[in-house]
Ligand binder design. Structure first.
Ligand SMILES: CC(=O)SCCNC(=O)CCNC(=O)[C@H](O)C(C)(C)COP(=O)(O)OP(=O)(O)OC[C@H]1O[C@@H](n2cnc3c(N)ncnc32)[C@H](O)[C@@H]1OP(=O)(O)O
Length: 421
C-alpha cells in the first residue's frame, strides 16, 4: 500500500494538518483523555480516572482535531461557589492542553474565546499551571493560599488555646463520609471561594490511587467530636515515612482540615501534630487567615509560603456582583474594562449592602475603573482595592472611593478555594 504523500502510517505532520474545532462525543472519551493526560506529561490509567470521568459532561468538552486525533483539549464542569451571603454557579475550567507541535500559534486563545462565549455561568474558575497564562484572557486571582510546613515538636500551643472538652479519633472512610459532607456544606457557607461537593465530587476528592501518593501512605481520616458527641470537625491526612524536612521521623501531610468552631479546629491540629513517630507536618494549601498561625507559641517555626490560588473570570458583571452581599452600604459606579471580550465590560452602578445589591448599566461617569482581571481579585475581597491602589495599578482614583469599595467588598473570612480541579 502506498502512503499518502506527507504522511507516515497515516500520521499527518503538524505543518500539513488541517485543524478543526470539534466537540467531544460520549463515545470518544478515552481518546480525548489520553491526550489530556499526555498534555500534563502523565500516564493514562482508566481506573485512576474513573471518578473524574463520572463528572464529565461531554457537551462541555471540546478541542482542535487534526484528522482523527485531538491536538488540543479543554472542558468545564458546572459547580457552585460560596460568595458572601450566598452562592453562585460557576464553570470550573480544566484540562487545558495544546500538543507541543501545535503550541504558540494561538490555539489556546481561540479555545478560550470559544469556551467563554458559550458559558451560561456568570463566573469561570480555574487553577493555572503557570500564573502567566490566563491573565491575558481576563482571569485574575480569585483567592490566595498558604503552603504550611514545620517540625511538629516546635508546635507548642499558647496556654490560652481552648481545645474544648471533646475528642478526636481516627475513623474509617465510611464513618468519615457519614459526617464530613454535611459539616463541610455548613462550613462552606461561611467561607467565600469554597466549592460545594455532591457525592460524585466527594468520590473524586477521595480517589487515592497509589501512584499519585508520591511515596506517602493512603489517605486517612479523623473526626472531632464535641462534648455532646456530635461530630464538629474533620481532617484527611496521610503519613510519609521519609520527610524532606527532617530525618528524625515521619511527616504528616494534611490534606483537608475543617471545624465548625475554633475548639474543634484547634483540637484537630493538636491531634495531627501529636501523632507518635511523626516529626514534621505539611499542608500544601491553607487559607491566608489560617488560624494555626495564631495558636502556636513560636510562629516563626511555621514556614508559610504565600502563593496564588484559584483564578476567576467575571463573565457577567451584573449577575456576579448581584450574587453576593456586601459588608457595608455601597453605591458607586464601576467601569470594567474587558480587553478579551469587550462586550462583557461596561459601566455599571452597584447599589446595595447587607441584603444584596442591584447592578445596572449606566452612562454616568465611573467612580472607579478596573480591568476584568482586577475585578476577579476584588470580587471576594481576596485583594483589597487599596492594595492595588498602593501598587499603582488602579489608574486615577479617589482614595475615599477606595475606602468605600473595600468596606463593602471585605469578607469575614478570607476567600479560599480548597478543591483543585
Ligand atoms: C486550567 C488548566 O487546565 S491549566 C493547564 C494549562 N496547560 C498546561 O500547562 C499544559 C502544557 N501547556 C500547554 O498545553 C500549552 O503551552 C498552553 C495550553 C499553556 C498554551 O497553549 P498555546 O496554544 O501555546 O497558547 P497560545 O498560542 O494561544 O498563547 C497565547 C499567548 O500566551 C502566551 N503563552 C501561552 N502559554 C504560555 C506559557 N505557558 N508560558 C508563557 N507564555 C505563554 C503565548 O506566548 C502567546 O503570547 P502572545 O499572544 O504574546 O504571542
Amino acid at each position: 500500500m502506498t502512503e499518502a504523500p506527507g504522511s507516515v502510517g497515516g500520521h499527518v505532520p503538524p505543518h500539513r494538518s488541517d485543524l478543526v474545532l470539534s466537540d467531544l462525543s460520549s463515545d470518544g472519551l478515552e481518546d480525548y483523555f489520553r491526550v489530556v493526560v499526555r498534555g500534563f506529561h502523565g500516564e493514562y490509567n482508566a481506573e485512576d480516572m474513573e471518578p473524574f470521568l463520572a463528572l464529565i459532561d461531554p457537551d462541555r468538552a471540546f478541542g482542535f482535531r487534526a484528522g482523527d486525533r485531538w491536538v488540543t483539549t479543554t472542558l468545564s464542569l458546572p459547580r457552585t461557589m460560596s460568595v458572601p451571603g450566598g452562592s453562585i454557579p460557576i464553570a470550573a475550567v480544566t484540562d487545558v492542553t495544546v500538543a507541543p507541535a501545535f503550541r504558540r500559534r494561538g490555539l489556546l486563545t481561540k479555545m478560550m474565546r470559544h469556551q467563554l462565549s458559550g458559558l451560561a455561568e456568570p463566573v469561570s474558575v480555574l487553577w493555572a499551571t503557570e500564573s502567566l497564562i490566563y491573565g491575558r484572557f481576563g482571569y485574575g486571582q480569585l483567592s490566595r493560599r498558604l503552603s504550611l510546613s514545620g517540625l511538629t515538636r516546635e508546635m507548642d500551643f499558647l496556654p490560652e488555646v481552648d481545645l474544648g472538652s471533646g475528642s478526636t479519633d481516627e475513623v474509617d472512610q465510611q464513618t468519615f463520609l457519614a459526617a464530613a459532607p454535611a459539616l463541610r456544606e455548613a462550613i462552606t457557607a461561611g467561607r467565600p471561594g469554597l466549592m460545594s461537593r455532591d457525592d460524585r465530587w466527594w468520590r473524586d476528592v477521595l480517589n487515592d490511587p497509589e501512584r499519585h501518593r508520591g511515596g506517602a501512605g493512603p489517605l486517612r481520616f479523623a473526626l472531632h467530636f464535641a462534648d455532646d458527641g456530635r461530630p464538629d470537625g474533620f481532617a484527611s491526612f496521610r503519613v510519609k515515612r521519609e520527610s524532606s524536612q527532617t530525618d528524625l521521623g515521619r511527616e504528616v501531610i494534611i490534606n483537608e482540615l475543617e471545624g465548625d468552631n475554633p475548639q474543634a479546629y484547634a483540637a484537630l491540629w493538636r491531634w495531627l501534630l501529636d501523632l507518635d513517630l511523626v516529626r514534621a507536618f505539611s499542608k500544601g494549601s491553607a487559607p491566608v487567615d489560617e488560624p494555626l498561625l495564631h495558636l502556636v507559641r513560636n510562629p516563626r517555626m511555621i514556614k508559610a509560603e504565600l502563593t496564588d490560588g484559584a483564578y476567576a473570570r467575571i463573565n457577567d458583571v451584573p449577575a456576579a456582583l448581584q450574587a453576593r452581599r456586601y459588608a457595608a452600604d455601597v453605591d458607586l459606579v464601576l467601569q470594567v474594562v474587558d480587553d478579551f471580550l469587550t462586550d462583557r465590560g461596561g459601566v455599571f452602578r452597584l447599589a446595595g449592602g447587607a441584603d444584596g445589591a442591584t447592578v445596572t448599566p449606566t452612562d454616568r461617569s465611573p467612580d472607579l475603573t478596573v480591568t476584568s482581571r482586577q475585578l476577579a481579585s476584588l470580587y471576594l475581597g481576596a485583594v483589597p482595592a487599596r492594595e492595588l491602589a498602593a501598587a499603582g495599578v488602579l489608574g486615577d482614583h479617589d482614595p475615599a472611593v477606595i475606602g468605600r469599595f473595600d468596606r463593602a467588598f471585605g469578607t469575614e473570612r478570607a476567600a479560599y478555594c480548597h478543591d483543585f480541579f
